[in-house]
Write a protein that binds this ligand. Structure first.
Ligand SMILES: O=C(O)CCC(=O)C1=CC=C[C@@H](O)[C@@H]1C(=O)O
Ligand SMILES: [Mg+2]
Length: 369
C-alpha cells in the first residue's frame, strides 16, 4: 500500500430520532470520517465512533482530531504499510485512544481489501454471506412509545430487541414488555447505571428470561461483575469494560461475563477485534457486534466483522433508515427479515457518496507524506 494522503473530515448528521441511554441523549451525530488515498487512486474508508462528549468513554471528536493529527497519522506516513495487522503494532506505544487508532486502522483495512480485490469480510476471515441483526431501542418518554417501537421493529423483522434500562426504567419496563411479548429474544443494556448496592434488583432480572444484561456495573469494572455473575442466572455481557483481548482474558478468568459485545472502535480496531473473537471462540464465549450509531461507513465495517463465525448473536447493526434520513453510502444498509447480505464487492462493499459527505462535512484536513 503506497499512501498518497490521508483526509480527516468532521461530519455532523441529524439522527431521525433522539437516542437516550442511562448516560444521556444524542440528537445528532458528530464524528470523524477517515479517507486513506493511495497513489493508485483507490481510497480506504472508516469512521471514529468517538462522540462529541466523553460520556460513553473518555475519547471525543476533539481528542481524536488531536491524537490522529499529531501522533497517529505521522506514524502511519513514516514508513510503508504492507499489511493492516502492522498498524496496531505501529500505534502500540500511543496509550489508549482506541477509537482514534481504530478509525485509521479500519481505513487501511478497507484499502488493503480493495487493492487485493476482496471483500473486507473475506480479508478478515469471515465465513457468512448473511448476518442476523437486532435493534437497540433507547429510553423513551412513555411506555406506549416504547411498545410502539418494539412492535415496529418486530414488523421489520429484527431478530432481537435490545432496550436501554436505568433505575426507574427497568423492572417495570421489562415486565411490561414480557406481558406483551413473552417469547421474543430480549436483552437489556444498563450502560453502567447500577452498582452492587442494587444486587437484589439485579437478581430480579432473572424472571424475564433475558438473553443477556449488558454492562450493568462500572464502565471500567470486571471484579464486581464477577461477583454479580455469581449471583444471577442472566448472562452478563461486557461492553464498556473491554478494550482488548487482554481484558477479555481477565474477564473470562474471573467469570465476569458470559458474552462479549465487540465494538471495533472501543477495542482499537479490526485486528484486535479478530483476536477477541478468536479468544472468545476458544473459551465458548459468544460474541456480537455492538453499535455506536455509526454512519453507513462504520456500519459497513460492523457487517464485515460480524461475518466471522463466532458472532453467533444478533448485533446492533440496524438499517441505515433506522438512524438517518440520508446515509453517506451507496447503497444504504438494508435489513430484510432481520438479515443483512454481506457485500461481495472489494473492500467495505458500499461506496461512500462524496457529495453527501461534503454536505455533512463541517471541516476537513489533508495530511500528505
Ligand atoms: O448503534 C446502535 O444502534 C446501538 C446504539 C447503542 O446502544 C449505544 C450507542 C452508543 C453508546 C452506548 O450508549 C450504546 C451501547 O452501549 O451500545
Ligand atoms: Mg452497550
Amino acid at each position: 500500500m503506497e499512501i498518497k494522503h490521508i483526509v480527516l473530515r468532521h461530519l455532523k448528521m441529524d439522527l431521525l430520532k433522539p437516542f437516550t441511554t442511562s448516560v444521556g441523549t444524542e440528537y445528532d451525530k458528530d464524528f470523524i470520517l477517515v479517507e486513506v488515498k493511495a497513489k493508485n487512486g483507490l481510497s480506504g474508508w472508516a469512521e471514529s465512533v468517538a462522540a462529541i462528549d466523553p460520556f460513553y468513554k473518555e475519547e471525543t471528536v476533539k481528542t481524536n482530531w488531536h491524537i490522529m493529527s499529531d501522533f497517529l497519522i505521522p506514524i502511519l506516513l513514516k514508513e510503508p504499510i504492507t499489511h493492516p495487522d502492522q498498524v496496531s503494532e505501529r500505534f502500540s506505544h500511543v496509550r489508549g485512544n482506541f477509537m482514534a487508532k481504530s478509525a485509521l486502522e479500519g481505513a487501511i483495512w478497507d484499502l488493503y481489501a480493495r487493492e487485493n480485490g476482496m471483500p473486507l469480510a473475506k480479508a478478515l476471515g469471515g465465513t457468512k454471506d448473511k448476518i442476523e441483526v437486532g435493534v437497540s431501542i433507547g429510553i423513551q418518554s412513555s411506555e406506549k412509545e416504547l411498545l410502539d417501537l418494539i412492535e415496529k421493529s418486530l414488523d421489520e423483522g429484527y431478530k432481537r430487541i435490545k432496550v436501554k434500562i436505568q433505575p426507574g426504567w427497568d423492572i417495570n419496563i421489562l415486565s411490561l414488555i414480557r406481558k406483551h411479548y413473552p417469547d421474543i429474544p430480549l436483552m437489556a443494556d444498563a450502560n453502567t447505571a447500577y452498582s452492587l448496592d442494587d444486587l437484589e434488583l439485579l437478581k430480579s432480572l432473572d424472571e424475564f428470561n433475558l438473553t443477556m444484561i449488558e454492562q450493568p456495573l462500572g464502565f471500567d469494572d470486571i471484579i464486581d461483575h464477577a461477583r454479580l455473575q455469581s449471583e444471577i442466572e442472566t448472562p452478563i455481557c461486557l461492553d464498556e469494560s473491554i478494550h482488548s483481548a487482554e481484558d477479555v482474558r481477565k474477564a473470562i478468568q474471573l467469570g465476569s461475563c458470559q458474552v462479549i459485545n465487540i465494538k471495533i472502535g472501543r477495542v482499537g480496531g479490526l485486528t484486535e477485534s479478530k483476536k477477541i473473537h478468536d479468544l472468545c471462540g476458544s473459551h465458548g464465549i459468544p460474541v456480537w457486534c455492538g453499535g455506536m450509531l455509526e454512519s453507513g461507513v462504520g456500519r459497513a465495517h460492523n457487517i464485515a466483522i460480524t461475518s466471522l463465525e463466532n458472532f453467533v448473536l444478533p448485533g446492533d447493526t440496524a438499517a441505515s433508515s433506522n438512524y438517518w434520513a440520508q446515509d453517506i453510502i451507496e447503497p444504504e444498509v438494508v435489513v430484510n427479515n432481520g438479515l443483512i447480505t454481506v457485500p461481495d464487492k472489494p473492500g467495505i462493499g458500499y461506496e461512500p457518496d462524496r457529495s453527501k459527505i461534503e454536505d455533512f462535512t463541517l471541516y476537513s484536513k489533508v495530511f500528505r507524506i
